[in-house]
Design a protein around this ligand. Structure first.
Ligand code: NAD
Ligand code: WQD
Length: 342
């Protein structure tokens, strides 16, 4: 690889783990992040874990001049684009903020990459683009149809990338549709650190396990699943990080799309029970009404990524939750100091 890889959103959850994988593979990394949903401490931890230097630029990607300065400062040959807002409920309340942030950031990035003839791009899409799936497990060819503004930004960005690649054959783009990323680096030094009330199940369960919250609310136990609770395809964030390296290694002319998942499902009760086992903590829970917009089951068909990217997600649910617990128990307040120390 001739130049550096720009990791937008590299201070965040998936970006920090992918940066570790990139550094371990010998890539030079420049992170661009506005820290709107992350902490610079994660980058310090990444440096400590890998013993490597990482360049960091605090920029908002919606500011194209700031982004141009980043490209003028480093020999960037490609980008992994994680930066974006990702809370489904918030996107329903603040749709224009989501469209502006996610779409303008991406269009700016594509423009500035083209100006600098950096044509290699890996983009964080999401299984949310499948909406309520008609076929399980879900192949890439399945019908798409997002059900909220966040999901629609992902679909629109996928189409923008397809159109850019159709208009200029120099683009080499990989759209990665992640299923449900969980877990943390095995050191427990970096991990998922949501601000405020966690929207996602695993961070919530971990905060109950560590004593920050009293109980898990199980959103519905009357779905058409084995135990009545929602089933998802959870994937270890380290397997996901490896998927990005595989995507970079296998970039081809044009724009291709891949599911990154395991193909295995776990229910909400599986998550609660396995977390209790790996943490040795009691996880109280209570059944609550279904959450608006939720589906019964989401499962990836990862065959295409297995074959074309020569990549497979190997880590099972116990490893995912053991590593998430290691991070949470080592850092009960995430990257922040405990409230008493304020
Ligand atoms: P995250 O919030 O931890 O990371 C996103 C990072 O982007 C944050 O550090 C944030 O500060 C930064 N950012 C946001 N807007 C920015 C802007 N305008 N300019 C610069 N930086 C900006 O989220 P994550 O879980 O690591 O997700 C990374 C990507 O993967 C996102 O695009 C998300 O939509 C996508 N994704 C996440 C999941 C998931 O469940 N975590 C699933 C599917 C797809
Ligand atoms: C998992 C299961 C809930 C919280 C979301 C986004 C998706 C993607 C990943 C970015 C479901 C249940 C949850 C709780 C619960 N993100 N649950 N109690 O909804 O599959 O996907 O994150 O692209 O776009 O929609 O993940 O972790 O929120 O929920 O019972 O406190 O846990 O009903 O069955 P989801 P999740």
């Amino acid at each position: 690889m001739s130049g550096s890889i720009l990791v937008t959103g590299g201070a965040g959850y998936i970006g920090s783990h992918t940066t570790v994988a990139l550094l371990e593979r010998g890539f030079d990394v420049v992170i661009a992040d506005d820290l709107s949903n992350s902490s610079e401490e994660s980058i310090e931890r990444v440096k400590a874990l890998t013993g490597r230097h990482v360049d960091f630029e605090e920029v908002d990607l919606t500011d194209i001049d700031a982004l141009r300065k980043v490209f003028a400062s480093y020999p960037i040959s490609g980008a992994i684009h994680f930066a974006g807002l990702k809370a489904v409920g918030e996107s329903v309340e603040q749709p224009l903020r989501y469209y502006r942030n996610n779409l303008v950031s991406t269009m700016n990035l594509l423009d500035v990459m083209a100006e600098h003839e950096a044509w290699d791009l890996v983009f964080s899409s999401s299984a949310t683009v499948y909406g309520d799936p008609e076929v399980l497990p879900i192949p890439e060819e399945a019908k798409t149809g997002a059900t909220n503004p966040y999901g629609r930004t992902k679909l629109m960005i996928e189409e923008i990338c397809q159109d850019a690649a159709a208009a200029d054959p120099r683009w080499r783009i990989s759209l990665l549709r992640y299923f449900n990323p969980v877990g943390a680096h095995a050191s427990g030094d970096i991990g998922e650190d949501p601000t405020g009330h966690p929207n996602n199940l695993v961070p919530f369960v971990m905060q109950v396990a560590v004593g920050r919250r009293d109980k898990v609310m199980v959103f519905g136990d009357d779905y058409d699943t084995a135990d009545g609770t929602g089933v998802r395809d959870y994937i270890h964030v380290l397997d996901l990080a490896a998927g990005h390296i595989a995507a970079l290694d296998h970039l081809e002319d044009g724009c291709d799309v891949f599911n990154l998942g395991t193909g295995n499902g776990a229910s909400v009760l599986d998550i609660i029970q396995t977390t209790a086992e790996v943490s040795g903590q009691e996880i109280p829970y209570e059944v609550a009404p279904r959450r608006a917009g939720d589906i019964a089951t989401s499962l990836a068909d990862p065959t295409r990524a297995n074959e074309k990217l020569e990549w497979r997600a190997d880590r099972g649910l116990e490893v995912m939750l053991r590593d998430a617990w290691k991070w949470q128990s080592k850092n009960p307040w995430g990257f922040n100091p405990p409230p008493e120390a304020d």
